[in-house]
Design a protein around this ligand. Sequence first.
Ligand code: NDP
Length: 502
Amino acid sequence: MSSARLQTALARYDRLYINGAWVAPEDGGLMESIDPSTGQPWALVAYGGPRDIDRAVAAAREALSGPWGKMPGHERAALMRRFADVYAKHAADLAVLETTDSGRSIREARADIGGHSNGYHWWASLADKASGRTIPFDSSVHAFTTRVPVGVVGAITPWNVPLMAAAWKLGPALAAGCTVVLKPAEQTPVTSLELGKLFEEAGFPPGVINIVPGYGQGGAGERLVTHPDVDKIAFTGEGATAKAILRAGTTADTLKKFTFELGGKSPHIIFADADIEQAMNAATNSAWTLCGQSCALGSRVIVQRSVYDRVVADFVERAKKVRVGQPLDPATHMGPQAHHEQLAKTLAYIEHGRNDGAELVAGGNRLNGGAYGDGYFVEPTVFAKAHNKMRIAQEEIFGPVAALIPFDDEEEAIAIANDTPYGLTAGLWTGDTGRAHRVSSRIDAGMVWVNTYRFIRWSTPYGGFKGSGWGRENGIEALDSYLQTKTTVISTTGRFPDAYAQ
Ligand code: NDP
C-alpha cells in the first residue's frame, strides 16, 4: 500500500488532550503506532513537544485554583465514581485497543482492564479521608495539620501496561486533589488518549487531566521532568532512565518530588515441601505472563534440588501448551513482544544464556512467517542449570524467559533471592508455615507472596527496595505521596512579645 493510502487507513488519534479540549500539537507532530502482531503501523497518533507540555502544565496549574481545586473531597469522590462507571462501561473496548497497541493477549487485557474501575472506585472512597491531626502543646496555641495536594503531577508511563500504569497514578493523584499531565510511552500511546474521552464523559473540569503522548529523552518526557511548574513526577520505567532523569541538571534545579517504579528480577522460590502442582501453575504463568513484559515477573525460579528435575521437566511440558498467537484471538495465551527493540533484546538475552552455559530446555526462538507473519512473537523459553551470576539471572530481560536455579537449603535460597540489584517482588512456595515467615521476612523486596504470586491490587502497596524504585504505588501509602502536610499554629491569645523592648 502506498504511504498516502496507508495513512488514511490508519486509526487516527491526531489530537492531544489539553485543558479539556482536543488540540493539534504545536511543536510535536504525528507518529505511527505499530501493531506488534503484524509489525505494521495501525494508528496515527499525535505527539507533543516541549511547548505542548508547557500548555498542558499551565492548564493543570490553572485547574488547581478552579472548580477542581475548590471542590470538597466528597464531590471529588462522586466525580471519580462517575469516571469509574464510565471506565467500566468502556472496559471491553479499551481491552481491544490495548491489545492492538501493545500485543498483550486479549484474555489478559480483559482480566486486567476489567478490574480497573474497582481500583478507581477504591481511590474515590479515599478522596475525603485525608485528615490531619491536632497537636497537643499548651493552651496558648491550637496547632493542627492538614493534608493538601502536592499540586501538578507529571505521570510518565511505560509501554507494557499503559492503562494499569496510568490507573496507579491517576487514582491517588485525583483522590488527593492534584492535577495531572500524563505522558504515555511512545510505543503504546493509544489507550492513554482514550482516557481523555472517558474523563470528558464523566464531566471532569478542564485542565484536571491532560494527556500528551510524546518522546522521552529530548521530547515531552524530558520537558515534563525539568518543568519548573511541575511539583511531582510519578514515573514507571527503567532504572537507567530514572538515573538519567535525576542526573539531568535542570531536574535538580526544580527540586520536585519523585516516585519511581522501576524494574525487577524477582525470585520465585519453590521448596520441596510445597504443593508443587500449585507452585508450577504460578511459576509458569508468572514467567510468561504479558509475554514476559512485567516488572513483577518471576524470572528467577529458585528450586530445591530434590524437586529440581521434576520442576524442569514440568516447565518443558507446560511450555508446549502455551498457545502463542494473534493477541486478539481469545484462545491465545501469549501475544508478541510489544515492540521490535524488545524482541531483539529478548533474543539477545537468550544468546547470553546459551553462551554463559545455561541449558536451553524449551523455546529460545522467534516465531515468524506463516500465521506469525512479521509479528514480534517469541517462544516461551526455559533455561535449566542456570546460575545466579549469569546475565539471564542478574539483568531484567522483559521477555518470556525463565532461569531455573537449584538450591540446597533455606540459607542458600535466601542468599540467591537477595543477590541482585533489584528488590521489587518475590514469591515462595512451602508447606511449612514457620518457613514461610522465616524466609519472607529475610527477602529484600517491596512485596513478597507466599503460596501465591502476582497478587497485586489497588489496595496493596507496591514498589521496590534497592534498585527497584522510590516510594509506593497502590495502597494508602500511595495517596501519601500525592499529599503534603501543612502545619497551622493559631495563637489563642493573640499576644506576641516585643523582642526589642529592652
Ligand atoms: P523507559 O524507562 O524506557 O520509559 C518509561 C517512560 O519514560 C516512557 O514514557 C519514556 O518515553 C519516558 N522517558 C524516557 N526517557 C525519558 C527522559 N529522559 N525524561 C523523561 N521521560 C523519559 O521504560 P520502558 O517504557 O522501556 O518500560 C519498561 C520498564 O518499565 C522495565 O524496566 C519495567 O520493569 C519497568 N516497569 C516497572 C513497573 C513497576 O511497577 N515497578 C511496571 C511496569 C514496568 P519514551 O517511551 O518516549 O522513551
